[in-house]
Design a binder for this molecule. Structure first.
Ligand code: FAD
Length: 294
């Protein structure tokens, strides 16, 4: 399998990148790490005549904690840079854990956060935990920038709100009141396999009472699914095993999985039930350091 011919641009500013995308429209595609788009081109799923690399744009590799505000993660930051980031680890091990359990080392060395989001694969690992933590996305276009909740970026498998000439430049994870967070993925192999189910939770617990909760489910709907019924159920409840077991049952009902070659819909529902319960239980004791499974 060979790559089809294409022209390659490597602009050095966002304005230049947007101008190229505006000029070439459907003929052009952004390339970041290329771990998603290049295999698609090789498999003749797509054949853009022009690739616009965003690697040289300023700020794309930024990982920075802004005291009292939150963490900025540039869209060009690789998955391994996230997995190994001391800045992110000091606040949310859950984000590092999600990145560390994706793909294989080679892919994590070049695949980026931006690509993981904009490819909008329903089983993508980064969106659930970032959405659970209330992340926002910054999108740049020819007329300026817009910021929106990350959960609103996804519109369907392979589809986002980004226009052809827009670029995701960064993700912001705000400081919040959440006292714990966790992401757990079930895959058919330990390395290099997409999630059969991914469960992310973030909770605020005070004196044994759940003040706030955000549960996000991956690979069980066309886009990362906010389990709003679970969130509503948890608020105000005591942080007990019984409450978490009931939350798992509600998540079982709320998810919308399909059957495919990786798993049946029913099996996915069962996984959602069990991992929602386990993640919730773990964050009570381990806060943002919680690890569920390996
Ligand atoms: C063997 C293998 C294993 C994998 N395992 C996993 C896994 O376990 N979990 C998982 O979630 N994914 C997995 N993936 C998918 C992929 O590697 C990741 O989603 C990766 O993060 C994609 O990032 P990238 O920079 O390589 O994207 P690219 O291929 O560069 O881009 C992907 C898409 O997003 C667009 N794009 C990229 N960045 C931007 C931006 N900033 N603004 C606008 N558009 C943009 C591109 O135009 C393209 O359409 C795997 C892939 C392979 C090949």
């Amino acid at each position: 399998m060979h790559l089809p011919d294409f022209d390659f641009y490597a602009p050095e500013s966002v304005a230049e990148a947007c101008e190229l995308m505006t000029r070439y429209q459907d003929e052009a595609r952004v390339i970041n790490g290329g771990t998603d788009i290049l295999p698609r081109m090789k498999n003749q799923v797509m054949a853009p005549a022009i690739l616009v690399s965003i690697k040289r744009l300023p700020g794309m590799k930024r990982i920075e904690y802004i005291p009292g505000k939150g963490i900025v993660i540039g869209a060009g930051v690789t998955l391994n840079e996230i997995a190994l980031s001391e800045v992110i680890e000091s606040k949310y091990h859950s984000i590092c854990h999600a990145a560390a359990h994706m793909a294989a080392n080679q892919i994590r060395n070049i695949g980026t956060l931006g690509g993981n989001i904009v490819a909008s694969i329903p089983s993508a690992d980064m969106p659930p935990i970032l959405i659970a933590l209330g992340a926002t996305a910054k999108i740049a276009g020819p007329t300026g920038e817009r910021v929106m909740p990350l959960e609103d970026v996804f519109t369907g498998p392979g589809k986002t709100v980004l226009a052809k000439n827009e670029i995701l430049t960064e993700v912001f994870v705000p400081d919040g009141k959440m006292t714990g967070s966790a992401y757990h993925k079930f895959a058919l192999r330990r390395a290099g396999a997409l999630a059969v189910v991914g469960v992310a939770v973030a909770v605020e617990i005070e004196k044994g009472v759940i003040k706030d909760a955000r549960v996000v489910l991956g690979a069980v709907a066309p886009v990362p699914l906010r389990a709003v019924k679970v969130d509503a159920f948890l608020k105000g409840k005591p942080a007990t095993d019984e409450v978490f077991a009931e939350a798992g049952e509600i998540a079982y009902d709320e998810c919308r999985p399909i059957t495919d070659f990786r798993a049946s819909a029913e099996y996915r529902r069962e996984l959602v039930k069990v991992y929602t319960k386990r993640c919730l239980k773990k964050v009570v004791t381990d806060g943002h350091k919680a690890v569920v499974g390996g």
